[in-house]
Design a protein around this ligand. Structure first.
Ligand SMILES: Cc1cc2nc3c(=O)[nH]c(=O)nc-3n(C[C@H](O)[C@H](O)[C@H](O)COP(=O)(O)OP(=O)(O)OC[C@H]3O[C@@H](n4cnc5c(N)ncnc54)[C@H](O)[C@@H]3O)c2cc1C
Length: 499
């Protein structure tokens, strides 16, 4: 398109007189699917989603390790507008969530907007529109870009000496190869986060030997995960309002009992959580094992793990916990610093993600030459986790320093989307053409965020993926209610609005 064509397109009108904007959504996970549904609801049909993989689902498409599950209750880890009466359990497996997302996408006819196998590698704004390019060379333009590229998307592979020398199979939990059965094999798991704990519980009865290599012991909150009965499902099917009501009740319970607790290190709710974790640990009968499983930090300082029967699994006769540090990987297994060699057929890296990537490695350049790679050279910062100075009409969902941890990120994405859509509505109404957060508002927000982060439980002296290179938690440090309040309506004085 030539420049005049582009401008002509921008001034196209919808039947109701609003500007007919063109949208590109990057990523077809929970957030990208949501973006398409919400945009269409508002009458915006000119939407293309670019998804680098060959299926939608994001996290739940990628993480297929045994035991993968959500630790937020199913009724809350669902779109508020798409209750699912078929959830089998109070907490859902990853496969069930993937099936749910596929069903929602089918019900709302989302697939027709998605182009698979297209990774957006470059987005440049020329002062009028975004110009995008994918790795296949496809180009596109958009008035508004919604970046739904995820937080837990780039697996973290630790720099273990000798990893390439291992003669057996190496698996990362985020890149699981289901074609390789583990039955009867000697399996080592590196890591003690949620993915490791879920994998241990799921495979211990199948493998001949399971060794968990622990660098840091973790607190584990016990989880009761009953199946929904046929009667309950029948009620959910016949009256969707029941699940919608449960969604808001559980949301409130979660906000009060958990989300608000972790941002106040002295809260009574956090004390209660700590007690529950301590009582759970007492189910480990061997004093030596219990001592090695006892964390040296406060409960919820690292992302709290919620698991049904981890302690039962690690006490099985074929399971063992190795708490000596790993020295190197050898052809036959893992050598620890005490010189012991732990023979293995399979090595599982349950080592999580690079959680500071967001849009990157995409090259993003604003109209005045602002480059995301430079703006974020030290660390990613965004106004209210959603927008970046100098990059107009670019809205992130689940962007940097937002509510992460034991929340429903679906709920977070819905709130962020509603906020961004209010700005989009103003663009469509012709109130302004471009919107970017001001540098001042972004810096003020970030300063307040860093200050408040110091009072959270994440800053009470443990090392975790919440912390940036300065040791500051990369998360929303205020209550969930405060997040809901801030998401209710944009404060236009925080933005630079251009016509
Ligand atoms: C094991 C595990 C357990 C979890 N448990 C919970 C939980 O209990 N509760 C909770 O709230 N959250 C949980 N999460 C977080 C989970 O990531 C979010 O809940 C949610 O799925 C994020 O959805 P998203 O669409 O924002 O991002 P993602 O699901 O990461 O989707 C991003 C999509 O963007 C695509 N993409 C990225 N870059 C590009 C590009 N440049 N071009 C094209 N496509 C691109 C990716 O391929 C992907 O499909 C868990 C995550 C993991 C890994």
């Amino acid at each position: 398109m030539t420049t005049p064509d582009v401008l002509a397109h921008v001034t196209d009108l919808l039947p109701d007189g609003r500007r007919n904007l063109r949208f590109v959504v990057i990523g077809a996970g929970v957030s990208g699917i949501l973006a398409v549904i919400r945009l269409r609801e508002r009458g915006f049909e000119d939407v293309t989603v670019y998804e680098k993989a060959d299926r939608l689902g994001g996290t739940w498409r990628e993480n297929r390790y045994p035991g993968v599950a959500c630790d937020v209750p199913s009724v809350l880890y669902s779109y508020s507008f798409a209750p699912n009466p078929e959830w089998s359990h109070r907490f859902s497996s990853g496969a069930e969530i993937q099936a749910y997302l596929e069903k929602v996408a089918a019900d709302f006819d989302v697939e027709r907007s998605i182009l698979y196998g297209e990774e957006v590698v470059r987005a440049v704004h020329d002062g009028h529109r975004w110009h995008l390019r994918t790795h296949t060379g496809r180009t596109d333009e958009a008035d508004v870009v919604i970046a739904a590229t995820g937080v837990f998307h780039h697996p973290f592979v630790p720099g273990l000496d000798g990893l390439d020398d291992f003669a057996g199979q190496v698996l990362h939990t985020a890149k699981w190869d289901k074609s390789q059965p583990l039955t009867g094999k000697r399996v080592g798991i590196v890591g003690t986060g949620s993915s490791a704990v879920q994998t241990v519980g799921a495979i211990v009865d199948e493998v001949s030997a399971l060794i968990l290599f622990q660098r840091t012991a973790q607190w584990i909150l016990p989880q009761d995960n009953p199946a929904y009965t046929d009667e309950e499902k029948a009620v959910f099917r016949s009256d969707p309002a029941v699940q919608i009501r449960l969604h808001s009740e559980v949301s409130e319970l979660f906000a009060e009992g958990f989300a608000n607790a972790v941002v106040d290190a002295d809260s009574p709710a956090l004390t209660k959580i700590a007690q529950m974790c301590e009582e759970n640990l007492l189910t480990v009968t061997d004093p030596d094992l219990r001592a090695r499983l006892t964390p040296d930090h406060r409960a919820a300082c690292k992302r709290l793990i919620v698991a049904e029967d981890f302690y039962g699994a690690i006490q099985r006769p074929n399971a063992s916990l190795v708490s000596e540090a790993i020295e190197r990987i050898e052809a036959g297994g893992v050598r620890t610093v005490d010189r012991a060699l732990h023979d293995l057929d399979v090595l599982v890296l349950a080592t999580g993600f690079q959680v500071d990537r967001f849009l990157r490695p995409m090259e993003v350049v604003g109209p005045t030459g602002v480059k995301l790679s430079e703006t974020w050279a030290e660390r990613p910062i965004a106004y209210l986790s959603m927008t970046v100075p100098g990059l107009p009409n670019l809205f992130m969902v689940n962007g940097p320093n937002g509510p992460v941890g034991n929340f429903s990120l679906i709920e977070v994405a819905e709130l962020q989307m509603e906020y961004s859509l209010q700005l989009v509505d103003s663009i469509a109404a012709g109130e302004f053409r471009l919107v970017t957060p001001s540098v001042e508002a972004t810096e003020t927000h970030e300063k307040a965020r860093v200050q408040a982060a110091g009072k959270t439980v994440w800053a009470t002296g443990c090392d975790s993926w919440y912390l940036d290179d300065r040791g500051v938690p990369m998360a929303w440090p205020w209550s969930f209610h405060e997040f809901q309040r801030r998401m209710a309506a944009p404060d236009l004085s925080a933005y630079v609005l251009t016509n």
